[in-house]
Design a protein around this ligand. Sequence first.
Ligand SMILES: Nc1ncnc2c1ncn2[C@@H]1O[C@H](COP(=O)(O)OP(=O)(O)O)[C@@H](O)[C@H]1O
Ligand SMILES: N[C@@H](CCC(=O)OP(=O)(O)O)C(=O)O
Length: 316
Amino acid sequence: MCKYALKHSVFFLEAAPSFSFYCPFRAPVKCAMMKGEWKRSVKHVKQPRNPRRLVVKVGTSTLTRETGSLNLQNMEHLARVLADLEGMGYQPVLVSSGAIGIGTKKLRLGERPTELRMKQAAAAVGQCRMMHIYDKLFAEYNRTVAQILLTGEDVESPVRSEHLHNTFEALLELGVIPVVNENDSVSSAEIETGQCKVLGDNDTLSAIVARLCGAGLLVLFSDIDGLYDADPRTHPDARLIHQVEAITPELRAMAGGAGTWRGTGGMATKLNAAQLCLEAGVDMVIANGARMEALYDIVEGKNVGTRFSARRGALQ
Ligand SMILES: Nc1ncnc2c1ncn2[C@@H]1O[C@H](COP(=O)(O)OP(=O)(O)O)[C@@H](O)[C@H]1O
Ligand SMILES: N[C@@H](CCC(=O)OP(=O)(O)O)C(=O)O
């Protein structure tokens, strides 16, 4: 136990520069040594990665159709595959966007609102509807879901992030599938500007969640097969990049913004998420949400979409 704490605290010191703006792993590690029984709290201890734990993020463009209606086909496939993976011994955590888009449709607003308070109202309505659908779909497979809504302050605060970490642990231990989103109705940072010191968007949020709960893999399901060397919507000859090991300025230059009126951030925010994952030793894959079954291959490390491999700095 003591060796564990020391080993990992040393790791933190070495890795400290990468964690200067965010460190979710604040659970104190108590260490008793022989009869001296000294105890120490090691803050900022980095969690070992659990290879069976995976975070799956789905974007609004995957959960809704061009008309703004729910894409029930994608949602059903998502619930079935995650329930099945849970049955196979994996511990899935779902990060789901879609609250504003779904709320916009339910309120018959016609188009995504531009006024902040209206976006927040749409998110409050849409989140409720989205959870209702997830609850029903997962119940079909005898699975229980839980809602976790987060803000930047929650993951910045040592006390709150420790509570969050403990809640994830308890839910996963109970076999529950957590469904996470940003708490848009109280947090204006993301939906107003797309910029936020800690979160910023659900791509970044999912990377933070993957680190917070010690996941070994993050999968971002989008409306496209992966990262291309240019946005395929404007460059039809763009080529898919299969493997990435470092986020370089050249790579960032290839990543454009959102592809549809429903998406937020595009590939730019997915690369931010990849950067956070690579720093923490978490593998990340971008894949097409129209083929959720690809998740079976992804967890086995097969070549699907774009894989960001965290070879350096990996804990396991
Ligand atoms: N280099 C790129 N490779 C692939 N997609 C890109 C690239 N640059 C920009 N995009 C756009 O990113 C979109 C996916 O992001 P986004 O619209 O935010 O969806 P989501 O809701 O899944 O987060 C794609 O539809 C595509 O048009
Ligand atoms: N929290 C917002 C989603 C923000 C976001 O990042 O959206 P997306 O680009 O579709 O993943 C919502 O639920 O509407």
